[in-house]
Design a protein around this ligand. Structure first.
Ligand code: TRP
Ligand code: SF4
Length: 405
């Protein structure tokens, strides 16, 4: 299947509202979002419906979790001037697409999703044999496809869901992508490329269709991709025309695997609320100091004069995240020779974490003081998102025979 290169792609990602975020979220996800927002058109949303798939019995936690989380996004430097921030349930088009896609989604695809059985076993105090929970990855598929997103930054555990959205998009295009008069429309689109480019496109297309020349295919895709004045619909036709397929109504997204951050928690395990080992993004200075001072160290260092081994110490793992080479060699040397105490060793970390979180707290201040600011950002973002989603739904309804009035 042909796809357009990653550049110029719309980026979309969602996060389940889980209340105040911690440094693991920052280093694992938000830092990446804040970077992507300068490189791509970005849509980031609160997946509040997804929470209901597992917490339908306790909806009371959702609302405060939503606002706390969005403030932490803003605190991390995710900027509503660069990225569109919104809430899933404010864009009902996600639900309509979910419904329509459910018509063509084989049950076996959903049952086969690795997270389905895993989560059911993990959350075994809950009854997760529900229709909504089975449909979790399809709702995620709708989230992605309703924006025709090209790239979806996710962690490894979510890759199968993005893979499902590719398969569903392909199935959708296969059933509905053959618009009447496709060839004529594609040929008209070729003319719109301009005389020189049209000739080039036709030659490259012939090279690919007749000779199977992959390089020509790629060149032709780049030509279409780089053309600034033709519509997205025409671009899709031109790309579809290259490999003989129909029009691509719902483009296949790519998972953009978030570089793994091994953000350790206070006990050396992965930082996670459920392990009770987190430092929150807006943690107070006092708490930061207490939490780091209380961290377990290498158990071999009972007395100050006992040498230690950084590899056996969770504090060292934090140095790996925060410290310069100089500080790190001061630590490993001082630890192994009992030249420094554990409290000395922790001091530079306390400083680093305080400095990092000071920036978050500074950014968060105005939003904490005036919740309406946050609500307005989300209201505006949701409206913007909705405009895009509405356009996709027009194409989808038309393709599925539902465009009568
Ligand atoms: N399922 C994702 C998670 O648990 C959240 C999510 C929902 C999402 N919809 C999405 C992520 C769409 C990326 C794209 O982390
Ligand atoms: Fe851990 Fe540092 Fe103490 Fe060594 S000196 S045991 S690395 S806290």
């Amino acid at each position: 299947m042909t796809s357009i290169s990653l550049q110029n792609q719309r980026v979309l990602s969602g996060m389940r509202p889980s209340g105040r975020l911690h440094l693991g979220h920052y280093h694992g996800v938000l830092k990446n979002w804040a970077k992507l927002q300068h490189e791509h058109e970005c849509f980031f949303f609160v997946a509040d419906w997804h929470v209901l798939t597992t917490h339908y019995d306790d909806p009371s936690i959702i609302e405060s979790s939503v606002w706390d989380m969005v403030i932490d996004w803003l605190a991390a430097g995710v900027n509503p001037g660069s990225a569109t921030l919104f809430i899933q349930s404010k864009v009902p088009e996600h639900a309509e697409l979910h419904l329509l896609l459910s018509m063509l989604t084989p049950l076996s695809w959903l049952e086969r999703t690795p997270t389905y059985k895993e989560q059911q076993e993990k959350l075994n105090d809950k009854d997760l044999s529900t229709y909504g929970f089975l449909g979790y990855p399809l709702l995620q598929t709708a989230d992605i496809l309703v924006y025709k997103a090209g790239a979806v930054p996710v962690g490894l555990d979510q890759v199968p869901h993005v893979e499902m959205s590719r398969e569903i998009a392909r199935r959708f295009n296969h059933y509905y992508g053959r618009e009447p008069g496709f060839e004529q429309k594609a040929e008209a689109a070729v003319k719109k490329l301009g005389k020189k480019n049209a000739k080039l496109y036709n030659n490259l297309r012939r090279d690919f269709v007749q000779e199977g020349n992959e390089e020509s295919l790629q060149k032709a895709q780049a030509l279409v991709d780089g053309h600034s004045s033709i519509s997205i619909g025409d671009k899709e036709r031109l790309i579809g025309f290259l490999d003989g397929g129909g029009k691509i109504i719902l483009p296949e997204p790519q998972a953009l695997l978030t570089p793994v951050s091994k953000m350790p928690g206070l006990d050396g395990q992965k930082m996670s609320k459920s392990y009770n080992n987190v430092i929150e993004m807006r943690e107070s200075e006092q708490n930061i100091e207490t939490k780091i001072k209380r961290m377990q160290t290498d158990p071999a260092r009972v007395r100050l004069t006992d040498p230690g081994e950084p590899d056996n110490c969770p504090v060292w793992q934090l140095h790996e995240v925060y410290s310069s080479e100089d500080v790190k060699s001061w630590v490993s040397e001082g630890c192994r020779t009992a030249g420094i105490g554990c409290l000395d060793c922790k001091q530079p970390l306390i400083e680093c974490v305080k400095r990092e979180t000071a920036e978050f707290k500074e950014r968060a201040k105005e939003f904490e003081a005036d919740p309406d600011l946050v609500k307005n950002i989300i209201a505006e973002g949701s409206e913007k998102a909705r405009d895009v989603a509405k356009e996709t739904m027009q194409d989808v309804r038309e393709a599925m025979g539902l465009s009568y009035r």
